[in-house]
Design a protein around this ligand. Structure first.
Ligand SMILES: *Cc1c(COP(=O)(O)O)cnc(C)c1O
Length: 391
């Protein structure tokens, strides 16, 4: 009999009842160190007092109004984001997938309004993940996501990951945009080299192609900069944000330059919940905290500290771990066994991690994880690796 909850996930038999900082408590009272953070969503850990305050203060005032009215909480968050980034304008969504949909629409509309309606083709990359809508799965093209769901939205090609020559020859007079994660998350914590992002920006400039960065997972401070592309010193025309921006409240955003957004006039796009006052009140608090340079410097320091510990972990367990990758607190351990087995061994050791493609175990702790919890994480990962070899 089909479960009452549609079984599209291989769920672990773990149910949590309470969260605090980097820790989750299960129904049976056992505590787990959370290095998944809801897949980079709980950027400030669980139950952060400032977020609880922002949420409850807004909840007592106003939950929801339609986007047919002016929403001051949206304007406030949009102001914070445009002040901190390349962007001139922001549209709020409830998820990363919805941000992908708008990014695609915006890019196509840009060329349509520029008198080049034939420029509809979007170049994406192998291993990419942009969400689960029919458009977003078409962008990724991965067989496990698209099989059985055709016909897919046309107009996407996937190139080998970060292959500059392939990109150069793939851009034609039909090309609309290139969409890329500066650090692939689901794809296995693959950091696009700075040189490659720079080269991509140049190619896009030379050909009038729009550059879309998907920073749904790698953005909002995750790599030690507010957005991962800042490390390369280049900016996109359009950027998707979600996950960490709501700190656990469903919120996403599309950021764009004035030029890229020029086609998105009244009536061309919308969302009932997108930019809801509750979400934006929380998002503004999250953004305020994370965009503080002192906070970001701490993320980078903690990332380096964690990474150093992980390097010794790899050295101690060469039969389980191969190497460390990533940037800031977006870290991956390349595994010898299936990463799902390591995740399971982690459950037994009281630590939560997330598997990714390319045989990588993802570590995405809260950005404010205390140093002591990083040390505890290393101890528990060590225990998980030891137990894994013993079985
Ligand atoms: C999670 C993710 C998405 C999709 O976001 P949802 O909120 O699950 O719709 C898109 N792109 C990237 C890079 C992601 O990690």
């Amino acid at each position: 009999m089909i479960p009452s909850v549609l079984p599209t996930y291989n769920r672990a038999p773990l149910a949590f009842v309470k969260g605090e900082g980097s820790w989750l408590t299960a129904e049976d009272g056992r505590r787990y160190l959370d290095l998944g953070a809801g897949i980079a969503v709980n950027a400030l850990g669980h139950a952060h007092p400032a977020l609880i305050q922002a949420l409850t203060e807004q909840a007592q005032k106003l939950w929801h109004v339609s986007n047919v009215y002016t929403v001051p909480e949206q304007e406030r968050l949009a102001g914070l984001l445009t002040a901190e980034t390349f962007a001139d304008t922001v549209f709020f969504t409830n998820s990363g997938t919805e941000a992908a949909e708008l990014a695609i629409k915006m890019a196509r509309k840009f060329h349509y309004d520029s008198g080049q309606p034939e420029r509809t083709q979007i170049i994406a990359f192998e291993g990419a993940f942009h969400g689960r809508s029919t458009g977003a799965i078409a962008a990724s093209g991965a067989e496990k996501m698209v099989k059985g769901f055709g016909p897919l939205m046309p107009g996407f090609t996937q190139l080998k990951w970060a292959d500059h020559d392939a990109i150069r020859s793939a851009i034609t007079d039909q090309t609309c945009a290139v969409i890329i994660e500066p650090v692939q998350g689901e794809g296995g914590i693959r950091v696009v080299p700075d040189q490659c992002l720079k080269g991509l920006r140049d190619l896009c400039d030379q050909t009038g192609t729009l550059l879309i960065f998907d920073e749904v997972q790698c953005g909002m401070g995750r790599t030690g900069r507010l957005f991962a592309h800042e490390w390369a010193g280049v900016t996109p025309d359009i950027m998707m944000v979600a996950k960490g921006i709501g700190g656990g409240f469903p919120l996403g955003a599309v950021l764009a330059t004035e030029s890229a957004a020029k086609g998105m006039t009244a009536g061309t796009h919308g969302s009932t919940y997108g930019g809801n006052p509750l979400g934006c009140a929380v998002g503004a608090k999250v953004t305020e905290i994370i965009s503080d340079p002192a906070f970001l410097a701490e993320v980078a320091r903690k990332g380096a500290l964690f990474r150093q510990g992980l390097e010794s972990l790899v050295a101690r367990h060469p039969a389980v771990f191969e190497s460390v990758r990533g940037e800031g607190l977006m870290l991956g351990l390349k595994c010898k066994p299936a990463p799902t087995d390591v995740v399971k061994a982690g459950y037994a050791a009281g630590i939560l991690t997330i598997a990714a493609a390319d045989n990588v175990l993802r570590l995405l702790p809260a950005l404010n994880i205390p140093d002591a919890d990083i040390a505890e994480a290393l101890t528990r990962l060590d225990q998980a690796a030891t137990n894994l070899l013993a079985t």
